[in-house]
Design a protein around this ligand. Sequence first.
Ligand SMILES: [Zn+2]
Length: 409
Amino acid sequence: MKYKLVCKKCGETIGSFREWFANDQKCKCGSNYAEVVYPETHYHNLPDYFKGEVKSHFQYFEYLPLEHRENIVSCNEGAIPMERWKHMERTAKEQYGIDCKVYMYRNDLNGGTASFKDVSGSLAASVMKENGVKEYCLASTGNAGTAYATYLAKAGIKFTCFSPNWVDDKTAQTIRQTGQTLVVSKGTYGDAKAECAEFHKQSGVMMSCGNTDPIRVESKRTIVFECLRQMGQLPTVYMQAVAGGTSPIAFEKGFRDIRPDYPQYHMPRMLLVQQDECDPMVTAWEWAKEHNFPVDFEHHYEAKKDCHTRIGILTAANPGNYPIVAPLVRNSGGDFIRVEEASLPRFGLQMKRQTGVLMGPASVVCYAGFYRALEQGLIKQNDVVLLNCGEGSLRSQWFVDEVAKLENK
Ligand SMILES: [Zn+2]
């Protein structure tokens, strides 16, 4: 075995995904937070994999928890461009006198379903195929459901997606077109999650184990390898719109993995962005800052009672992973940033005019966050900034329409 799973809570070795799945994705201690460890793997050979045409994150097969290549399920995801977006660099220079490089990680160009869930979906389908999983379910507001439906269908694994009542038509249509099952709840995302949990309990069908799912983390951490391949270095600032927080957790895991072989790099400052209509992590962070980060500050947070955000994929009203994500941000010297949801169409239009690309609203949260970070003095001289923008605008017609309305004014 090239990998093993180790419990993050008690340190117990769990073994392979076969055991993990058989034990309902839990350690003996009851924790569902486990990490993949590769006892024999070193990363100094990583540049060998940068050569030639890189089609997907399975280029890094050596560093993924999959034993046999014949189990790979892929639609060319995870080897997407990191583009220099110079208009953002110009603003930094002209308005703030700051020289920086800005890279945009184009998740909208993923081959599966044009979102950052594609790497997770493809690795999940591959690992499940390898370990004999026949059926899976999860609750999703859109991107994860679409990606898992697509990849699990390709692997011949039956999948049921539970969505909130406001799931958009395009998402519903895409999931159903894969031949998988979509159950639209009469209620909120919270209700959809409860229905999914009940289905899991009744039927025994394996269910997503959340934002620390070791498969999601392992797949998403390949962004660190891609930084080395495409930028030739790690960024000094990592930015992302955050709901659950898997991607920052994954970046940190990837960083820890390569660290012994790349001692010259530091963990980038994490600047995580939320829109003001659903910003429980920012609110909790502001409290911590005000109180000078007391011991256990990461456990001081509250779920938002009224979230009226229109950005379905950024509706984590209960920031369950804040206790994991907040210390990562703190230790990196980073910050949480709030942007106004009402300003997003304006930023979307700016993005479209400057680059010809309009990404989805969650991506624009991150994009707008860069300008807020400049205002707040969070971008420093000579920073190399990476924006991990999660999705295209394919399944957010309302946002495309709002931007168009502004454009035609
Ligand atoms: Zn344990």
